[in-house]
Design a protein. Sequence first.
Length: 256
Amino acid sequence: MREEKIHCKLQLFLIVGLLLSGTIDTLSVAQEGKTNTPKVQMDPQVETLLRKMDAYLGNLKSFEVEVQLHVQVRRGDIQQDFREFGVFSVAKPNRIAFVTKKGLFSPTVVCDGVFTTIYSPPNHQYLNRPAPQKLDELFTFGAEAGSSLRSVLPIAQALTAKKPYDVLVKGVKKGVYLGQETLRGTACHHLKLIQRDIDWEFWVADGAKPIIYKIRPDLTRMLAQSRRATPKAEQEQVTQSWELINWQENVDIPAS
């Protein structure tokens, strides 16, 4: 029994490591390399909400938000929970940082406008690159910093984009409105964006500040593909979510 628990724990670390490392690229809401996007079937409430969010987030000069990642893996009667925590800061046009406060896998990424530095906890390595002039250049195909940022927060590109709507709906086939819920005392709209491999649920604040409070992917189809390649993983169920709390908009972000 003890060996089984240790095995499950090691598998949890492996799965989380893959999810966070960017190896599973389908966790990016904006799927790179796909230019022929068909027309999206969007519920009117979802379309209106995303457009409001686009206008609000796109016009922010700076913001800071705490990010909490929760991964849960169940294998038979054994359940393992894994949590990571960091702070995501953005100051347009070219400063961005995700600083990991707690966790074994999440990288720290800092772009101060001069250099971009990535720290990888699993192998204790640093990578330095010249900083781009604009934040969207961080998310070009193959860029290490963009891949690292999406691994800790899949919607990082959308949150920093001039037009967040265009990033969020890229690769989306349908948008469904699921109603209203309350998260941490805030009334939120619950919606789902459906893609080919992964569906994404969003909780967006009601009112004048339509900011994102939570995202959760449905990994069912992706895991099914993985199980066909690795039948021994068949018993595993994985759930994952990110909560974005303590938003601070248009605040002074220190240069270093």
